[in-house]
Design a protein around this ligand. Sequence first.
Ligand code: GTP
Ligand code: MG
Length: 264
Amino acid sequence: MCGTCGCGKGEVLIAGKRPQRFASSAPTRFRAVAKPSPASFKVEQVEQRLIHIERDLFAKNDALAAENRRLFATRDILALNLVSSPGSGKTTLLVRTLQLLKDKFPLAVIEGDQQTENDAERIRATGVRALQINTGKGCHLDASMIARALPQLELETGTLLFIENVGNLVCPAGFDLGEAAKVVVLSVTEGEDKPLKYPDMFRAARLMLLNKCDLLPYLNFEVELAISNARRVNPDIEIIQLSATSGAGMDEWLGWLHHASTHN
Ligand SMILES: Nc1nc2c(ncn2[C@@H]2O[C@H](COP(=O)(O)OP(=O)(O)OP(=O)(O)O)[C@@H](O)[C@H]2O)c(=O)[nH]1
Ligand SMILES: [Mg+2]
């Protein structure tokens, strides 16, 4: 995945600052072995090394994610990882959700984007704490970024922490951040076939939010087909239809959050 798309190289900024240890990130090592000198080029050896490096990368990420998860458990924090393609409505949904919940729970948000502080600013306008991670050329958040961000948020016990991942239906599926669950947002403008085209993401998610349902009267989008496609790749996936702009379906989403926070 990331070795071929080139993510992970370059500037990673957490709240505008560059983490010191990020210079030797694994995707850069991918690149080093993907272009061996012509004299030493042996396809099988390179493939073997890539497999080892990939295992190493995921093992390190999983270990850090387990540490994040332990920290969340000690403070009774429910962390949810929101994933989707760009523009499906994650931030719009978060803003509306935070407005409805901010007097009921301690809340915090970690925003992930390649560039800009825009989404964190939209969240802060609600009065909720938000920390922006800019991944530079990276196309996903990983557990080490979250581990570095957490001390800056100073989360209190019982916080509901939303992590908005970089808009991308591929790479974020493979990276555990220590969250309780991944929530995938699919908007009705994207087409019913996305769960089949990007099955890893829909398989990894506990909940699918079908967003922008207010637009259904203007589209040829078959809700039942989208739902059956999601269940073909993940028979256990829970599904809520909503609209972050009209507010339809928000009660069901808030009910899901309440249940998840009490059964965390
Ligand atoms: N009609 C309609 N538009 C929506 C809805 N939710 C979001 N939008 C619009 O979709 C566009 C993208 O919304 P964002 O919330 O920025 O999407 P995002 O998933 O956070 O985007 P990235 O962070 O760039 O991945 C904006 O113009 C929103 O106003 C919805 O429920 N209905
Ligand atoms: Mg956003």
